[in-house]
Design a binder for this molecule. Structure first.
Ligand code: HEM
Length: 523
């Protein structure tokens, strides 16, 4: 065969093979239509319409998704980004149930960028029996029984947060509330999860700012680096320096965290003369006790230690970023709605009694009880309504089956994104979806059909639903209620930026930092 005829054959064969591959792929795929999608570019999809997360004023992508949902009146719709893939936004409770419960699709690979921060084998990304085994080890650390003992620790840590507010009130300077709540929740989770006092930035009025533990510093630096990649997925492939920084920070952090685990193992052994159970109130000790009991030798190998480290890193990240976001938005909303704030104050004074009313007006000498906190129904409704309007995060799952369907549409080969922000503000489900009405969550006041969305677990689910829901949900609510009760009891807040919106980060933080003017309240 001469070269010319060979070239001719190749010219015909290559397109034919590509065409056959495409036809076969289409044939394998269901012929059902895809969910509708806003107009996009034929080659770049919707990439150009999505916000640029590196911009200083970038609003969270969920703001755009809600705009699309409302403009086209869609509860299920799709958009696509080259290389990353097709996304389907699930704001229909029936699809949410299918994604999270009936099918319980696996987590999307988007979480991969967070792995150095979460740790290989993190419960948040593990699947199947591996995930179930991890969750079983840590469940006792989040049970109501354990949480009862945590109230005093949280109430003690809230004092530092109140002192920061007090300083702002005395000096008449604005307070960056979100920065302060991040400090508070990081301090709490380090103490409750692994029994360490990692201090807070700025510290107490009487403590040096150097009180922040270097491990916490490493954690925050790594978090910054990884979350940049998470919201700009292609950055990890293009920014070599970032990858090097991540590698270095991860090594340092993991070494520190292994030391934390060994310190706790040593403390357990010292307490009892054996490495057996102790009454220590931190989640790590409980889990170590369980892991040691499960292991045949009664001691932990390096693989087991690094697995525990992954869960600790996960708790630190998942436990402080989300909860601080919830507290900041709750105080911001209460500052914007003084009448609701007064009702919270009245309930807190009535149910929690003299708590927080020592001579300084800030004291936590008499922390509230777990039971009393459960009785604060209005406060609970305020926290729920806060999570409805500003849910800190969503859930991304991957549907690999090319023929998967929902309501006559093909949803296969896609990233299913349960955006709580879109779900919680969809006009098809909620009356006055953008208004702050805690009453929606008080059973007796849920009158119209739409208001009952507050009691539909698949229309309202800030902690996700199904087997992969948030392990820390009761812990977060407890911590949030204590913080909000303490803050509104002692201070009046007025929001510097009434036009706050949600920042483009992994969690949906207040973009302008929830800056506040703070005044003492008469005690
Ligand atoms: C307001 C506070 C919080 C919110 C809104 C929240 C929300 C969520 C959501 C939506 C998920 C599901 C994520 C997904 O499907 O990919 C989740 C999972 C998880 N959360 Fe939370 N969370 C909060 C606080 C906490 C706290 C305090 C902790 C731990 C101390 C925690 C630890 C976890 C873990 C480990 C998972 C993975 C659970 C699993 O896959 O089995 N979260 N959270």
């Amino acid at each position: 065969m001469d070269t010319a005829s060979l070239q001719q054959k190749v010219k015909v064969a290559v397109p034919t093979i590509i065409l056959c591959w495409w036809v076969l792929r289409r044939a394998r795929q269901s012929r059902l239509p895809r969910p509708p999608s806003p107009p996009g570019h034929w080659l770049l999809g919707h990439a150009l319409q999505l916000p640029d997360p590196s911009g200083p004023d970038a609003q969270h992508v969920d703001v755009l998704l809600l705009e699309w949902a409302r403009k086209y009146n869609w509860t299920v719709f799709s958009f696509w980004v080259p290389i990353v893939g097709r996304f389907i936004v699930a704001a229909d409770p029936a699809l949410v149930r299918q994604v999270l419960v009936t099918e319980n699709y696996p987590k999307a690979s988007l979480y991969g960028n967070l792995l150095p921060l979460l740790g290989e084998g993190s419960m948040l990304v593990a699947e199947g029996s591996e995930w179930a085994a991890k969750r079983k080890v840590f469940n006792p650390g989040f049970s109501p029984g354990f949480l009862r003992g945590v109230v005093a620790t949280v109430a003690e840590k809230v004092q530092t947060l109140c002192e920061k507010c007090s300083q702002a009130a005395d000096s008449a300077e604005e307070l960056g509330l979100h920065e302060a709540t991040v400090d508070f929740t990081a301090d709490v989770i380090a103490q409750v999860a692994f029994g360490e006092d990692w201090g807070t930035r700025g510290g107490r009025a009487d403590a040096p700012s150097a009180a922040v533990a270097p491990t916490r510093q490493l954690m925050f630096e790594l978090q910054w680096e990884c979350t940049q990649n998470q919201i700009t997925p292609l950055r990890i492939y293009t920014n070599l320096l970032s990858r090097l920084r991540i590698w270095r920070l991860q090594r340092l952090l993991d070494a520190d965290m292994v030391a934390v685990v060994h310190r706790r193992i040593a403390a357990l052994s010292e307490e009892d003369g054996t490495s057996a159970p102790s009454g220590r109130k931190d989640i790590l000790s409980l889990a170590l006790k369980q892991t040691q009991l499960d292991s045949s030798s009664g001691t932990l190998g390096s693989a087991e230690v690094s697995d525990v480290v992954a869960q600790m890193k996960t708790f630190f990240l998942a436990g402080h970023d989300t909860t601080s976001t919830m507290i900041s938005w709750a105080i911001w909303l209460l500052a914007m709605h003084p009448k609701v704030c007064e009702e919270v104050r009245a309930e807190v004074a009535k149910v929690l009694g003299p708590w927080g009313s020592d001579s300084s007006g800030l004291g936590m000498a008499l922390p509230p009880t777990y039971e009393a906190l459960q009785e604060c129904e209005y406060l609970e409704a305020v926290m729920q309504e806060t999570l409805r309007l500003y849910p800190p995060g969503g859930s991304a799952r991957y549907v690999s089956d090319p023929n998967a369907t929902f309501a006559g549409m093909n949803i296969g080969n896609s990233i299913l994104y349960v955006s709580h922000y879109v779900l919680h503000r969809h006009p098809a489900l909620w009356d006055e979806p953008d208004e702050f009405h805690p009453e929606r969550f008080l059973k007796g006041l849920a009158t119209s059909e739409k208001r009952n969305a507050a009691f539909d677990p698949f229309a309202f689910g800030p902690f996700s639903r199904g087997p992969r829901d948030c392990i820390g949900k009761y812990f977060a609510m407890l911590e949030g209620k204590i913080a909000v009760a303490a803050l509104v009891r002692a201070f009046d807040f007025s929001a510097v930026h009434p036009d706050e919106t949600i920042r483009y980060r992994v969690t949906q933080q207040p973009q302008k930092g929830a800056r506040m003017r703070v005044r003492h309240r008469p005690q």
